[in-house]
Design a protein around this ligand. Structure first.
Ligand SMILES: [Zn+2]
Ligand SMILES: [Zn+2]
Length: 172
């Protein structure tokens, strides 16, 4: 995932559009393995901002596979992340900047590190396989998506138990 600045380095304001696709390895996040289901796609624009600074803006498209936090089923998640990175041939000049400025070596902008960082920052904390996933029964552990368990039949809500008592005594 590399962009060349060779054609735009002579003139401030020079820019070009790009659209790159690359297969990347999965990544480790909070002890969980996250896989990329499809190649990463990054498109946007590189611009010579002057003072040896280059701006790269665009959007990252990634499809990852994670587990549903309720039922643990493998679930695909489409991510679309807008980004705005800065690169420089002399990044040390910009150490005081609020935003990180990434180095350019041999006229080459390497997008992979900032792109992966951006994906990690934007990973959803709770993935659901479907908005109405019912997860597991907290009592017996049955997967409620594949059917009702028998816990509900035997368990009576404590509020109802009071009612039942009343009914029982009135029957006497
Ligand atoms: Zn689920
Ligand atoms: Zn149950």
């Amino acid at each position: 995932m590399e962009l060349s600045i060779a054609d735009i380095k002579q003139r401030v304001g020079a820019a070009y559009d790009f659209d790159v696709e690359e297969k990347v390895e999965g990544l480790e996040f909070k002890g969980e393995r996250i896989e990329f289901v499809a190649p990463l796609r990054v498109s946007g624009r590189v611009e010579n901002l002057g003072k040896k600074l280059y701006g790269v803006t665009g959007v990252i498209h990634a499809i990852i596979e994670d587990r549903c936090y309720r039922c643990l089923a493998k679930t695909q998640v489409n991510l679309k992340i807008d980004f705005n990175f800065k690169f420089s041939e002399s990044p040390e000049k910009y150490r005081e900047e609020e935003d990180e400025v990434f180095p350019i070596e041999e006229d080459t902008i390497k997008l992979e590190t900032p792109v992966i960082n951006e994906i990690i920052l934007n990973l959803p904390s709770k993935v659901l396989c479907s908005p109405d996933c019912r997860g597991f029964c907290p009592d017996c552990g049955a997967d409620l998506n594949s059917g009702e368990c028998s816990c509900n039949e035997t368990k009576i809500d404590p509020r109802l138990r009071v009612l039942q008592k009343l009914l029982d005594t009135s029957n006497d």
